[in-house]
Design a protein around this ligand. Sequence first.
Ligand code: NAD
Ligand code: DAU
Length: 341
Amino acid sequence: MRILIAGAAGFIGSNYVRFVLSQHQNAQVVALDKLTYAGNPENFAAFDGDSRFEFVHADICDADAAGEALAGCDALVNFAAESHVDRSVMDPAAFVRTNVEGVRVLMEAARTHGVKRIVHVSTDEVYGHVPEGAAGEDARLAPRNPYSATKAGGELLAMSYFTSFGLPVMVTRGANTIGPHQYPEKVVPVFVTNAIEDKPLPIYGEGQAVRNYMYVADHCAGIDLVLREGEPGSVYNVGVEFEVNTVSLAMGVLELLEKPRSLMRLIDDRPGHDYRYSLNSARLEALGWQPQYTFQRALAETVQWYVDNEDWWQPIKSGSYREYYEKNYAARLAQSRPLTG
Ligand code: NAD
Ligand code: DAU
């Protein structure tokens, strides 16, 4: 199978490249990425020289480049996106462009080239805040921030190519994912890298927001199973059940790194913060998927990777990232509160 993996230089995309090349000896991977601030060619440097791997530096919104890269491919897995909620609140424009228009361009190209299997990677955030129970795939979509609104738009558009044109599209909606190579803007790498440097861990609001943190290898296995066994026109949730709030997450990180709890700081909340996500993944489990990592193991392996790979994240944190960090955190940290009780 020749697979175009869009967004392959990012966190999950690069882990998926690794997953495919290690699990499927006959696979050919075309890795396409625009290399935005979140895309890092070092994430797949291990495959340089592997004859089964090639990199195309391109924007998914560029129809010519997307068409050229897709020609001759059997399958498409689209990870390419603007992916960070806080940045979407600051400036939504790039989110609309890549997460909606980029999907249209890719689907058009896939249609032109007769691609046989397509997975568009979406998110549990499209269900919005889930106060109780777990969202099944037929639950109402109620995205509440610009990132999740554009992800909902993108996946609906992708699926419209199945209903309108018979394009074999499947959509996955994954939960919060953690592991190696995650850009240090998402909560786990922010907490881990800050703790290593004895800097404060910024906790939004009262730190009671709940997420289901899933190891990236489990997410990749779910996406790959859908690519190979999923039913065209179907949506698949990919999530784990274990619920963790932000304070417990921060305490888990500090414990693993043997750092003091006094590093935890409560700061002003994220606007429109979704306090809970929860997925029912029975449809994917019926295909044979089961997560292999407990939360404790997923967090321990992730923390260890950041401890062992400072040469990956230190250059990121000292570059243009600083400007983002200042904008998102400086004023809020200046007025932060310690955790009491
Ligand atoms: P990421 O930000 O680490 O990577 C995104 C990649 O897409 C980067 O390499 C970037 O350069 C590339 N990209 C952005 N715009 C592009 C464009 N116009 N053309 C080509 N490439 C472009 O994101 P991630 O965390 O790896 O997420 C990957 C996908 O999975 C996204 O679609 C996201 O919505 C979805 N998702 C993420 C999570 C999570 O917890 N991280 C959970 C569920 C779903
Ligand atoms: O649920 C899937 C989604 O998970 C993906 O679609 C997104 O691409 C991914 O970014 C992630 O979104 P979240 O908003 O859930 O992740 P984030 O890491 O930004 O925040 C997780 C929780 O931690 C959330 O409740 C907000 C909180 N938080 C986050 C940051 C960055 C903090 O308390 N402090 C922080 O500094």
